[in-house]
Design a binder for this molecule. Structure first.
Ligand code: 0A1
Ligand code: ZN
Length: 879
């Protein structure tokens, strides 16, 4: 069993006793033995108080301690204590002194990919959250901000490129075929933003002139020979820099901006000051190898990391409980970036889809935690959908409540007041209060209470008096460690529609007119009465998904179909269509027949209505909820196979009715101009993909032929993916044929191997378990590379409910075996993979037992990492 991890609590926060004003780091880089020397200017923190002498404690992990000097002299053994996690000076010599340490580390042996490690033959670092302590002794917490100077020395031939944060201030030969570079970062920063890269890389370069006239050199570093695939990333970076100036008034602050793409990375990317490191999957793109979705993701993630320069780097977090301060806010910013550049409606739908698929299930299970957690055993496990995506929803609600202008005024106050500091969520909210003059204390509960609020709305129309009363009740489910929650402050955007879909004026009993349709819900039960409502209107509620809640309006099929056709809020049009589709699958069979044909007819109208004007939106309307989303609406007795079968029957009926129209639409939307990753072209391809995939449910053979033709004629990766994804829905032998052809053609490109593994992993068939096991044994797979693991095993567990939750437990066993083996190499990725079990209690009894066995087998296997142990004990409820 694992040793009980130390739990860190928000309430125990205390300012650091010691600060590091500046540090000189020296790296003597060798693959197996790198020596790191640190010269730190230590100073007692005047804000800490305490007795005259306060020990200095530094964090360290997997460091081989070599030497320690205090104020230039060798420290005596009695002056310090070292163990495998800490270096302590019980009696530091003075309130200011210079501490010099030397340690040896092993980059090549670092399979955890945290700290300094090797990837693609190069050196690279990852320090968030607690990786810096795997490089050198340090007070490894985000509220210790220091000025960094970094010297590195390495073999010149193998490592012509030497990079770190800030500005290059010196370089030259260092003898013995080695060379060196010195980098100085003028901005004080916490250790988690430190980065170093050394190796042999190709570069794509550009420039950007900021609004203040500073010319910035932009460089995207990639594996040699792939420079041509870095063009989109470079353009995206320029777009992000321009957008942050225009929308948030934020300018870049250094003369250089470097991005390095690496093939081995635990997450998507990292915002290190002026030296971002990216998973190369989020950099490399061209028509041949990347789908439209890849292009969109690259743009968004480049934006995300760039936006961190102000929300994260210039203003960082006081402690890791405040993670959402940088992440929720920065996700909100990247969502706005994509919305402004592309389609606001489609982006909102994508984000809500993602929230429902990942965050709602998290919030409803044993791993639920507040947007700002108040305790953790392993901080790596809190890079969650709740902190990121729900965190962004909370910022979005503030934006909704305050309006763009006031919100931006609050942001300006925040930037001015906290620049150069490590802040808290309270600091941020105080700026919002100051700019708006509002009391946001109730709103603050969004940060402290976990669980997705349920809202129910009932309507009472009085035709005689011409009034409509909306009665709204809210409740928040219990979550681990939290019961009896208090009501939230919820911005609920609504409209009342007349028979033609026009919005009625919203006039309350006291004569107030709500021009923006925004209701503020604050009580457990609240009523709103609107006057001048003669005919019974149709309610459009939570427009634009103004709050991240589960909503029950009690609306029937007729009203939902009306909203699907007529609502001017595109999000709610989509929402109504999703609700009907969901009910078609989840309701009793006898309730389906009539509804099915009405739904198919409504969908046909939508297709005709949108295919020429907004194909990207049409694509969303045609994508019906998948098994995981359907399951997330059930609290118990989930049987993914049964859901899958029913869903397929429903899809077959719909597709059967729509077949000629879908076929016609597919042909009509073909892109004939030369390829571009533009939103317009991408929208057409997305609508064709959705049509083709639905067609596969109608007449398997005809559609399979169409998919094959699509594959053969494809001139870009989006069209290839369109064909393969469609075929993946079927049992057609063509699927295998096309997958073989794909790997034959693209097998020497690791990112294409990932796509291929993911298609295999998501084949919704029980035999997929054996297929995945076989692929794991093949040379295509490696447990050491996180992208391979996520593409094959991660996708299997998170996006193939039919096979993962196979009734005999073989899918669970496969994932459990992988987790155990992986934990010895890379605990972060192993722990993340284990979160795929988070909703195990909602399965029907047989599957639930199988999942429990798999989890208990992991728990009992001895010597789990802290990260994995934390997930497993919380998931089982034994924490
Ligand atoms: N701050 C990064 C995410 C990130 C977090 C942890 C990492 O290593 C364990 C790496 C990246 C972001 O939000 O993009
Ligand atoms: Zn981030």
């Amino acid at each position: 069993m694992t040793s009980a991890p130390r739990v860190v609590r928000l309430e125990d926060y205390a300012v650091p006793d010691w600060l590091v004003d500046s540090v000189h780091l020296d790296f003597d880089l060798h693959p197996r033995e790198t020596v790191v020397s640190a010269r730190m200017e230590m100073r007692r923190n005047p804000e800490a108080g305490g007795p005259e002498i306060v020990p200095l404690e530094l964090d360290g992990e997997e460091l081989e301690h070599l030497s320690l000097r205090i104020d230039g002299r060798e420290a005596a053994p009695s002056e310090y204590v070292v163990d495998d996690r800490r270096l302590v000076l019980p009696r530091p010599p003075a309130d200011r002194f210079v501490l010099e340490t030397r340690v040896r580390i092993d980059p090549e042996g670092n399979t955890a990919l945290s700290g300094l490690y090797r990837t693609g033959g190069n050196y690279c670092t990852q320090c968030e959250a607690e990786g810096f302590r795997r490089i050198t002794w340090w007070p490894d917490r985000p509220d210790v901000l220091s000025r960094f100077t970094v010297r590195m020395e390495a073999d010149a031939e193998e490592n012509p490129v030497l990079l770190s944060n800030g500005n290059l201030v010196g370089s030259g030969p260092a003898g013995d075929g080695r060379h060196y570079a010195v980098w100085e970062d003028p901005f004080r920063k916490p250790s988690y933003l430190f980065a170093l890269v050394a190796g042999d890389l190709g570069v794509r370069e550009g420039t950007f002139t900021t609004m203040g006239g500073r010319e910035v050199t932009l460089r995207i570093w990639v594996q040699k020979g792939k420079e041509a695939r870095a063009g989109w990333a470079l353009e995206s970076l320029k777009a992000a820099m321009r957008w942050d100036e225009e929308r948030f008034g934020r300018e870049y602050d250094l003369d250089e901006y470097n991005i390095v793409a690496v093939p081995d990375f635990n997450m998507g990317a990292m915002e290190n000051k002026s030296l971002n490191v990216f998973n190369d999957k989020y950099i490399l793109a061209d028509a041949e190898t990347a789908t439209d979705k890849d292009f969109e993701n690259i743009e968004a993630i480049i934006g995300h990391e760039y936006f961190h320069n102000w929300t994260g780097n210039r203003i960082t977090c006081r402690d890791w409980f405040q993670l959402c301060l940088k992440e929720g806010l920065t996700v909100f910013r990247d969502q706005e970036f994509t919305s402004d550049l592309r389609s606001r409606a489609v982006k909102r739908i994508e984000d809500v889809r993602n929230l429902r698929a990942r965050q709602f299930p998290e919030d409803a299970g044993p791993l639920a935690h507040p947007v700002r957690p108040d305790r953790y055993a392993a901080i790596d496990n809190f890079y969650t959908a709740t902190v990121y995506e729900k965190g962004a929803e909370v910022v979005r609600m503030l934006h909704t409540l305050l309006g763009e202008e006031t919100f931006m005024r609050a942001m300006d106050i925040y930037f001015a007041r906290y620049d150069g500091t490590a802040a808290t969520v309270e600091d941020f909210i105080a700026c919002m209060e100051e700019a708006s003059g509002r009391d946001l204390s109730q709103f603050f509960r969004w940060y402290t209470q976990a669980g997705t609020p349920h809202l129910a709305i009932s309507q009472d129309h009085d035709p005689e008096r011409g009034t409509l009363r909306l009665t709204i009740t809210q409740s928040i489910p219990d979550t681990p460690g939290q019961t009896n929650k208090k009501p939230h402050h919820i911005p609920l955007r609504i409209a009342l529609l007349d028979g033609a879909g026009r919005e009625l004026p919203l006039v309350t009993e006291d004569g107030r007119r709500l021009d923006d349709g925004l209701l503020e819900i604050t009580g457990r039960r609240q009523s709103f009465v609107f006057t001048g409502v003669k005919e019974r209107p149709v309610l459009s509620a939570n427009r634009g998904f103004s709050a991240p809640i589960r909503l029950e309006t009690g609306q029937g099929l007729e009203e939902l179909l009306f909203l699907m056709a007529r609502d001017r809020d595109p999000f709610n049009r989509w929402e109504a269509a999703q609700t009907v589709a969901r009910r078609l699958v989840l309701d009793e069979p006898h309730e389906r027949t009539q509804s099915l044909s009405e739904y198919a007819a409504a969908l046909a109208t939508v297709v005709r209505d949108l295919r020429e004007t907004d194909p990207a939106f049409l694509a969303e309307m045609l994508r019906l909820p998948g098994v995981n989303v359907l399951a997330s609406f059930l609290e118990s007795d989930v049987n993914p196979q049964a859901l899958h079968d029913t869903r397929n029957r429903v899809l077959a009926r719909i597709a059967g009715t729509l077949e000629p129209l879908l076929r016609e639409t597919f042909d009509m939307l073909a892109v004939t101009e030369s390829w571009s990753p533009s939103h317009e072209q991408a929208g057409r391809r997305a609508a064709r993909a959705a049509a083709l995939s639905l067609l596969m449910h109608a007449d398997g053979d005809a559609a399979a032929r169409l998919a094959r033709e699509t594959w053969e004629r494809a001139t870009n990766m989006t069209e290839r993916a369109m064909a393969i994804s469609a075929l993946s829905q079927s049992a057609s032998p063509l699927r295998e044929e096309v997958l073989d052809a794909f790997i034959g053609r693209f097998g020497d490109d690791h990112l294409m191997v990932d796509k291929w593994l993911a298609w295999h992993a998501t084949w919704p068939h029980r035999d997929c378990v054996e297929r995945v096991r076989a692929l794991m044994e093949s040379d295509w797979f490696s447990l050491k590379n996180p992208n391979r693991v996520r593409s094959l095993v991660g996708m299997f567990a998170s996006a193939n409910p039919v096979a993962f939750a196979r009734a005999d437990g073989a899918g669970f066993a496969l994932v459990a075996d992988t987790i155990l083996e992986l934990d010895r190499l890379n605990p972060q990725v192993a722990a993340r993979l284990a979160t795929t079990f988070r909703n195990w209690r909602t399965y029907e009894p047989v599957r639930r037992e199988r999942a429990r066995e798999a989890l208990e087998r992991i728990a009992a296997s001895g010597r789990l990492s802290g990260d994995l142990g934390d997930i497993v004990t919380r998931t089982l409820g034994t924490a």
